[in-house]
Each structure stands twice: as C-alpha cells, then as structure tokens.
Design a protein around this ligand. Structure first.
Ligand code: PEP
Length: 262
C-alpha cells in the first residue's frame, strides 16, 4: 500500500534572513513534534538555505528546499542558484514555476521543463507549481492551462521519475490576495491533475498534490478535509513560527490527518 505524507510547505518568499531562520526554527520546534505520516517543508530565500537546513537538522519530518533554481549546473549566470549549489546548502527540493516566477520574472513553460529535468538529474524533488489566472478561470480555461503547464513542466520526465515529483495547484488569483478556491473547486482541479499524471504512465497515487493560495489557520482544516488535497503550500501564513505551528496543528487534525492512498 502506498501512503502519501500529508505535506505542509512554507514558502518564505523574500523574507527571513539566516539568523531569523534560526530563531524561527527554535520557536517552531518547541511547539511542534514529529507526527507519523506528516512532513513539513521550508522554502527559504537562497541566502538562508544553509541556516534553515542546519537549524532543522535532526528532524526527519522536516525538509528544506530552494524557491527557484537554474537548470545549468554552473556558469556565468549572475544571480542564479544552480541545483548543485542549492543541494550543497541543504536543499532536498525546489519550487519550479511558482506564479511569481512566471508572472513577475517572466519564467516560461519551457524554463519549467528544464528546471524539473535538472532537479531530477541531481536527485532533488521538483515541486512543480501550476495554476490559472483569474481571466483564464472566468473564461472556463482552468483545466486547459493546468494541463499545458503540466505538459511543459513534465516534458522530459519518464514515467518512472514522475513518482519523485510533487505538484502544487496554486490559482494565481488566490496567491497573496486573501481569496481562496473553495475546497470543492480545488479538489476538482486536483482530480484533473491526478488524471493527467495517470495518463502519463505515473503511479498517480504516489505523487502528492498540494493546494496553495491564501491558506491560513481559519481555512486549512476545511481544505484538507478534501481527500484530493495532500497538503498545502503557504506563503504569508508561514512567516510567523507560532502561527505556522498552529496552522500545521489544525491541518493535521481529524480527517485532514490521513493520507492513505485510495
Ligand atoms: C505561495 O507563495 O505559494 C502562496 C500560496 O502564498 P499565500 O499563501 O500568501 O497566498
């Protein structure tokens, strides 16, 4: 039987320096003990990767990842972080195609495919982020956009490697806006994603699919009551250690705490 972990992922965006990461970890670890079947992932800025990974060392339920990587292993790419550099700083995973990378920095679908391939080549877990803009949703284009982004991101991935991925469904209009997809709408898109992965020959049950977009303490439980949601990717509500600990606790309660594969 496959069991997917229930996953709580914190995207710190351009916040939390190395000393703040140490202070965050010490507060968070005091209030949150490891729970079976649950993983907590942190995506700090690149400069805080090492400090974050060191601060959480010894907690097997915690992983640290990069917010973005370049697909080339080294070279003249000023400002970029390669997969080997991220890995040497403690990263086990990386976000790919986060909506801010796509829509603020102009990351293309093609870039996401190169990044996923580079991460898999070096043994890191790609967390491929997909999601539609408001005008695309309003025009009935959500499934088409998500499938296009999956196609591009997974273009070079063989069916066997698909099980080493995490997918995050993050509707662009819900990120940092206070608007959240309804649990039913999120679950419907998660089903589209899982069907798509199955068509690619993946063992779809093995791949966690997260929801992201203004998740907070008040809504995490109702979202995770949907069995299609295997966890959450959280920006704003992950920046305060006590608040993040509370969100993880609330999201792990009741039916939200089980992710045995259907
Ligand atoms: C994110 O950055 O991936 C995110 C979902 O942000 P927020 O929780 O602030 O909407």
């Amino acid at each position: 039987m496959t069991v997917r972990p229930l996953l709580f992922a914190a995207n710190w965006k351009m916040h939390i320096d190395p000393s703040e990461a140490e202070a965050f970890a010490s507060t968070f670890l005091r209030s949150t003990t490891a729970a079976p079947g649950r993983e907590i992932w942190f995506f700090p800025p690149a400069v805080s990767l090492l400090a974050t990974a060191s601060a959480f060392a010894g907690r097997p339920d915690v992983r640290v990842g990069a917010q973005d990587i370049h697909w080339e292993p080294k070279g003249a790419f000023t400002g970029a972080t390669s997969v080997p550099l991220a890995k040497a700083s403690g990263a086990e995973a990386a976000l790919v195609g986060h909506s801010e990378r796509r829509h603020v920095f102009g990351e293309t679908d093609t870039d996401t495919g190169r990044k996923v391939a580079a991460l898999l080549e070096h043994g890191l877990i790609p967390v491929l982020c997909v999601g539609e803009r408001l005008e695309e949703r309003d025009a009935g284009g959500t499934d088409r956009v998500v499938q296009r982004q999956l196609n591009a991101g997974l273009t070079a991935v063989d069916p066997e490697s698909l099980s080493r991925l995490v997918i995050a469904y993050e509707p662009v209009w819900a990120i940092g806006t206070g608007k959240t997809a309804t649990p039913e709408d999120a679950a419907a898109v998660h089903r589209v994603i899982r069907d798509d992965l199955e068509r690619r020959g993946a063992e779809p049950a093995a791949i966690p699919i997260l929801y992201g977009g203004s998740v907070k303490v008040a809504n995490v439980r109702v979202l995770l009551e949907q069995p299609e949601l295997d966890g959450v990717l959280v920006g704003g509500a992950s920046l305060d250690p006590a608040g993040w600990a509370e969100l993880v606790k609330r999201g792990s309660e009741g039916e939200g705490g089980q992710r045995t594969v259907r």
